[in-house]
Write a protein that binds this ligand. Structure first.
Ligand SMILES: [Zn+2]
Length: 560
């Protein structure tokens, strides 16, 4: 009972108007909350931008080049029910896929080393001051406006669109050469050669121009960012920032930072100097977010600023980095939580961090702001973890307005499907379940489930001839049949599909893409009770690996 009360009160605190709370006793509160819970409508999903429930994911230039925009959208929409897509247009240096060796479904390359904060759109250079965006060193990246390409393709399918500016919007290489831009410790030394100060006028001008450029020149619903402008160190451990631009900014608010520096050097806990310095960091961050938000609105009133709270991921607290989410919430149109608990692959995951940060941030942004929970179907995640994580997010009293799949480039087909099924299981309305069967769940003969070192997909393999079979228990009808398999670069294995003993499709794994692929065979009649049988013939080192068979109604009664 105690637990129910606490849960009910949490719901109540978040959702009931304050005026009711003031005039009613505890009993009434609980009753209201329980009633609310009973009658709370389940989120309703639609396939496009009219959906009140957001299902987003992201893309980068090289994935588009390799997989093709239409193929990507087909995968995202059919497997994961995506209705919202954004591009990371300023990506910091990083191995992709993040903390995993290989892309699961990229037919061209195993991995990609993202460059040092190069842009993948066509910047309007006259908008910028001293700092200008840097285009890619790769001709094939800088010759295409990847953001425009994504926006056009996504809008053609009615999706919402966004762009992301990462937490390293200025190339580290540039900052390294300009000590004036760098954050300074209390001794005046640079803290890092790759991090700029939010109060530096050049950096500020650049950031505002960057967001303004994107808002003005692209049809975007939001621009997302995860910037924290200060570090989380204590004053005597290299805490930032004490640069001359921070001193100038402090002066505007009546805080003499120059005079506070010698005091804090002697005693980092001296008051009011310490608190004034902490407030300066918070206020400087809020101010820059406000300026960015106002610029976006001025350029495109339909576009808003979205904060991606990345601190939840490591268990950190945004405020320790000077990011006061409550204070900057008036300048945000939406918020994403990025705790990514699934990717750790922990047994008995409780998602305690997700629950904590959903509650915390909902309190900061208030009950009405659009709030999205990030889900991570990648790295060590399993289908079970993805579904469990979605359930936790959707049942949380913080009442999220959507989910973000992070990230498509590292998410296997199985995890993309688990993402959609997880939403269905958690009661999201309007989604059409995938009809199909995991091959590893079929009756296997000379086919065995495999385990990669870092599992990127679940399926079966054979080194000779293997069969996998089961009985079709869905309605009879005409289906487009999709078979998902791994095409290794060493061998020419064959796959044959038989339905009720009759050969319906056969193909050779001859693309040698060294990744997961699928083929669709159109308009095949399948009857309830038919035996579905897949036969794989290994060839050389190619082990005829299979993942899934899917049945897409050839003429769906309820097209998505
Ligand atoms: Zn500074």
């Amino acid at each position: 009972m105690k637990q129910i009360m606490r849960f009910a009160l949490m719901v109540f605190t978040v959702w009931m108007p304050a005026v009711v709370a003031a005039q009613n006793p505890e009993v009434v509160r609980v009753k209201n909350a329980v009633e609310l819970e009973k009658t709370a409508p389940k989120p309703v999903w639609k396939p496009d931008s009219t959906s009140e429930f957001e299902v987003g994911t992201q893309i980068r230039a090289w994935t588009i080049k390799d997989e093709g925009m239409e193929n990507i959208l087909d995968n995202m929409q059919s497997m994961a029910a995506i209705n919202n897509l954004y591009m990371v247009v300023v990506m910091h240096q990083e191995h992709r896929p993040f903390q995993a060796p290989e892309f699961p479904h990229n037919p061209v390359r195993d991995s990609w080393n993202a460059e040092d904060s190069r842009v993948t759109f066509f910047p309007d250079m006259k908008r910028y001051g001293k700092i200008k965006p840097l285009l890619s060193d790769h001709k094939w990246i800088r010759d295409t406006d990847w953001l425009q390409l994504m926006v056009d393709s996504a809008r053609a399918r009615g999706l919402q669109t966004g762009a992301e500016v990462s937490h390293f919007p200025i190339p580290k290489g540039l900052i390294g050469k300009n000590p004036d831009w760098q954050m300074k410790k209390i001794d005046g030394e640079s803290w890092s050669g790759s991090r700029f100060c939010a109060n530096n006028p050049d950096a500020r001008e650049y950031l505002i121009a960057l967001f303004g450029d994107l808002a003005a020149n692209y049809d975007l619903d939001y621009i997302q960012t995860c910037q924290y402008f200060f570090n989380d160190k204590d004053i005597d451990e290299g805490g930032t920032c004490f640069c001359k631009h921070c001193i100038a900014e402090a002066k505007k608010t009546g805080f003499d930072l120059a005079a506070a520096i010698p005091v804090l050097k002697k005693n980092k806990n001296a008051q009011p100097q310490r608190n004034n310095w902490l407030a300066l960091r918070r206020n400087s961050t809020t101010k820059l977010y406000r300026l960015i938000s106002e610029k976006i609105k001025a350029e495109n009133p339909k576009c808003h600023l979205r904060l991606n709270d990345v601190f939840a991921w490591g268990g950190g607290d945004a405020i320790d980095y000077g990011v006061d989410i409550k204070a900057l919430s008036p300048y945000l149109g939406s918020l994403v939580n990025q705790d990514h608990q699934e990717q750790r692959g922990r047994k008995n995951e409780t998602f305690a961090m997700r629950k904590k940060w959903l509650a915390t941030n909902r309190k900061f942004i208030g009950p009405d702001m659009h709030f999205v929970s990030g889900i991570a179907p990648r790295m060590h995640a399993s289908p079970q973890l993805v579904k469990a994580g979605i359930k936790v997010a959707l049942e949380h009293p913080a009442k999220v307005n959507g989910l973000a799949l992070k990230h498509y480039d590292g998410a296997s087909f199985s995890l993309l499907r688990a993402f959609k099924q997880g939403m269905i299981d958690a009661g999201v309305q309007g989604l059409i379940p995938v009809i199909g069967k995991e091959v590893e769940e079929m009756k296997l003969d000379n086919y065995a489930p495999f385990q990669e070192e870092l599992v990127e997909e679940w399926g079966v393999e054979t080194n000779a001839t293997g069969t996998a079979a089961y009985t079709f228990d869905e309605p009879s009808g005409a289906y487009d049949i999709r078979i998902t398999y791994f095409d290794a670069d060493d061998g020419r294995a064959r796959v044959t599909l038989l339905i009720a003993g009759e050969k319906k499709a056969a193909f050779t794994l001859d693309e040698d893409t060294d990744c997961w692929r699928w083929r669709i065979f159109k308009n095949i009649r399948v009857n309830n009770g038919d035996q579905i049988k897949l036969v794989g013939n290994a060839n050389k080192n190619e082990r005829a690996k299979l993942d899934y068979i899917e049945f897409i109604p050839a003429k769906p009664p309820n097209p998505q």
